[in-house]
Design a protein around this ligand. Structure first.
Ligand SMILES: [Zn+2]
Length: 233
């Protein structure tokens, strides 16, 4: 009886442990993950997940242009396919497109073929829109072993984040938290594409003002990685 209880406890511990590892921002079991970049330069990357949606892009692009900020958009393949002209607009405005899977389903406990298919189909759309594939962010930030292995095989960087949009309806609180946490090398995650993300859209001008006031310049994830100090990860 005690043995059976122990076995159940061990299995539970392993499941909970794997779940924690799967959602860890700065740790993977295999390969590499980038959640921030070690750099002395005053650079941060601003990343937008999901979409694209017309109203999201219409709200975000002018604000970025006004601040001469170049952001990275992790877009969903199925949504890019419906709105490829919108993706082209993002690329033409000087921003970077990252792969956020085709279906936005959890990418754990699936076959290697599933991961490859999700990545390849979305990369094709990034190329068709004029972008260059190479960055991947998993839906809900979840990854275990299979996905990192396929990303390594396909020469993609696994991009997470170290500053996250807070759960608040107050744009001032939203802004303050992001600006306070931002440091040189930070990768900031913001969700601003859907109807429910009005707070993020409202906060965006103040976030860019706040980053500027801290002397931080918003660059793409690739530019941030290129600014990495030699010998650092
Ligand atoms: Zn997402």
């Amino acid at each position: 009886m005690i043995g059976a209880c122990l076995a159940v406890a061990v299995v539970l511990l392993i499941v909970v442990g794997l779940w924690q590892i799967g959602k860890a921002r700065c740790f993977v079991l295999v390969g590499d993950v980038v959640c921030h970049v070690a750099t002395e330069r005053p650079y941060v990357a601003l990343t937008f997940d999901d979409g694209p949606t017309t109203y999201g892009v219409d709200a975000i692009l002018p604000v970025l242009a006004e601040h001469r900020a170049r952001a990275t958009f992790f877009l969903i393949g199925a949504e890019m396919e419906k709105r490829l002209a919108l993706v082209r607009r993002i690329v033409r405005s000087g921003h970077e497109i990252g792969n956020h899977s085709f279906d936005h389903r959890l990418m754990i406990r699936r076959s290697m073929g599933y991961y490859r298919d999700q990545i390849t189909r979305t990369d094709d759309l990034i190329r068709r829109a004029g972008g260059t594939p190479g960055l991947f962010r998993p839906p809900n930030g979840k990854k275990l072993i299979g996905l990192p292995l396929v990303l390594r095989e396909q020469h993609h960087e696994l991009i997470m984040w170290n500053v996250e949009d807070p759960r608040t309806n107050d744009p001032a609180v939203f802004t303050r938290q992001i600006v306070n946490e931002a440091r040189p090398g930070s990768i900031i995650l913001v969700h601003a594409m859907y109807r429910a993300n009005g707070t993020a859209r409202a906060a965006l001008p103040a976030i860019l003002d706040g980053l500027e006031a801290k002397g931080l310049r918003v660059v793409t994830v690739s530019e941030l990685i290129a600014a990495r100090e030699v010998g650092e990860r």
